[in-house]
Ligand binder design. Structure first.
Ligand code: AMP
Length: 208
């Protein structure tokens, strides 16, 4: 299965990606956000270039992200399928992906769009915390971390109210224009992302 997980920041892409991987362990998970955060943490040349964009809630320039994804898609673990999470986020990124997949004779099966209204996003994102040891994602109100994890959970630098506004604006101006490209191919699956994660997961599995 080759798919894209699409949706605004805070839609639950990371949470749903983890659930999808439990059911489809053969596919590789390519989260550009995770890859970029790793590059920043390691202090690589790419990480140094990406850091300021990410902190401000801006998109990292296409050429940096496209290079990262294209390199990753060549790895053997992508042979049996992949889930792109957070990519493509601009029309030029989608065009680059299309070209690369066409050249490799590969077709996408699904573009899963997790839809959540803007007014729910700010609450979801500012309450989000991550366990750095397990990667598990929590929400201080909706899904609080267990007591033994509470002391070590961290908040992403771009999960502030200011950065969220910018990230949402970018989603509407830069990312949603990508969707018509996939609608034309008949592979877009619109999913209602409001509700408990297990219900959203069920909706996704049914759509697939
Ligand atoms: P995410 O974890 O998907 O919310 O991504 C976090 C941040 O990483 C975004 O706000 C961007 O700054 C950057 N980023 C992730 N994926 C992309 C992408 N495909 N294109 C440009 N910037 C990206």
């Amino acid at each position: 299965m080759r798919m894209i997980l699409f949706g605004p920041p805070g839609a639950g892409k990371g949470t749903q990606a983890a659930r999808l991987l439990e059911r489809h362990p053969e596919i590789a998970h390519l989260s550009t956000g995770d890859m970029l955060r790793a590059a920043v943490a390691e202090g690589t040349a790419l990480g140094k270039q990406a850091d300021a964009f990410m902190k401000a809630g801006d998109l990292v320039p296409d050429e940096l992200v496209v290079g990262l994804v294209m390199e990753r898609l060549q790895k053997p673990d992508c042979q049996d399928g992949f889930m792109l999470d957070g990519f493509p986020r601009t029309v030029p990124q989608a065009a680059a992906l299309d070209k690369a997949l066409d050249a490799a004779g590969i077709a996408l099966d699904h573009v899963v769009v997790i839809e959540v209204p803007d007014e729910l996003i700010v609450d979801r994102i500012t309450g989000r915390r991550m366990d750095p040891e397990t990667g598990a994602i929590y929400h201080m109100k909706f899904d609080p971390p267990p007591a033994e994890v509470l002391d070590r959970v961290i908040q992403r630098k771009d999960d502030t109210a200011e950065a969220v506004t910018s990230r949402l604006a970018k989603y509407h101006s830069e990312t949603t224009p990508v969707l018509p490209l996939y609608q034309d191919k008949g592979i877009v699956r619109l999913i209602d992302g409001v509700g408990p994660p297990h219900e959203v997961a069920l909706r996704i599995e049914t759509a697939l």
